[in-house]
Design a protein around this ligand. Structure first.
Ligand SMILES: [Zn+2]
Length: 277
């Protein structure tokens, strides 16, 4: 049994503030240890549950956050940027039986600690076929095309609630309870590690590949915080202006859908001016 862990940071133990997840800050240095603790707990739990292989794919920011030297020796870790499937890279090779979303968070415009979808500020909402979308929901549709079930989700309580919509069967572990975008009631790394390890052990039972789901077409709508960003996004082939601050595009598969989303976010990031946005 092979498990893939997609590891994002905003939903990690103890994390509640931009500097906590911003590479290079002293707070990030401290929080990356707690992030590593969450991921390692999931790794150990999956091995407890019978996995033979666990691959961790770094999915946050520069994708260089986890402390490899503190992980269980049986694991392998994919570090760094530029990957075809981004946050769920590694799922496409036909050998993954289940995926875990560790450290996930609520989507843009939702309540939740550090809630966002790809871009921290400029995207105020994403919809997939008219359903409000988080990164978890988008990625769940991608992995479904490869027949891989989402078996475990960790994050704040809002991220866990969000996961009920896209992975009802998956085990969920809330490592903190949302109070505001920048505040949460947190539990210690030792305690959350115990909870995550126990859940991952149980989640291993759900790691059974299914028939790939062909759920398309997928219409993705993206709303920005400024009009010019919607205009900038229309250089991406297929992205049409659907409102003053909105674009939408339709893809036959989520493989294409997530790649187009990445193209939109990359173009839009480059169109943001420091002072005026
Ligand atoms: Zn994220």
């Amino acid at each position: 049994m092979k498990i893939l862990i997609s590891a994002d940071m905003e939903g990690a133990t103890g994390v509640t503030w931009p500097a906590d997840v911003l590479p290079g800050t002293p707070q990030w240095e401290r929080c990356r240890a707690m992030f590593t603790s969450d991921v390692n707990a999931a790794v150990e739990g999956f091995f407890d549950g019978g996995a033979d292989q666990v691959l961790v794919n770094e999915a946050h920011w520069t994708m260089r956050n986890l402390l490899l030297e503190r992980l269980d020796d049986r694991v392998e870790m994919l570090t760094g940027r530029h990957k075809t499937l981004s946050m769920v890279e590694g799922v496409q090779h036909g050998d993954v039986d289940g995926i875990a979303f560790v450290g996930y968070h609520a989507g843009a415009g939702m309540e939740g600690v550090l809630a966002h979808t790809y871009l921290a500020n400029q995207i105020t909402g994403v919809w997939l076929n008219d359903v409000r979308a988080s990164e978890g929901l988008l990625n769940a549709h991608v992995v479904a095309e490869y027949g891989v079930p989402v078996v475990l989700v960790t994050g704040d309580d809002v991220a866990c609630e969000d996961a009920l919509g896209y992975a009802p069967e998956a085990l969920k572990v809330a490592v903190k309870d949302h109070v505001s975008r920048y505040a949460a009631v947190c539990r210690t790394p030792a305690r959350t590690a115990g909870d995550i390890r126990a859940a991952a052990k149980e989640a291993a039972r759900l790691a059974v590949r299914h028939t790939p789901v062909e759920g398309g077409p997928f219409t993705v709508a993206v709303e920005f915080d400024a009009e010019h960003l919607a205009m900038a996004a229309t250089v991406v082939p297929g992205a049409e202006r659907t409102g003053e601050r909105k674009v939408a595009y339709t893809s036959a598969t989520m493989y294409e859908g997530i790649r187009t989303f990445k193209a939109v976010t990359t173009i839009v990031s480059a169109a943001v001016e420091e002072q005026y946005g």
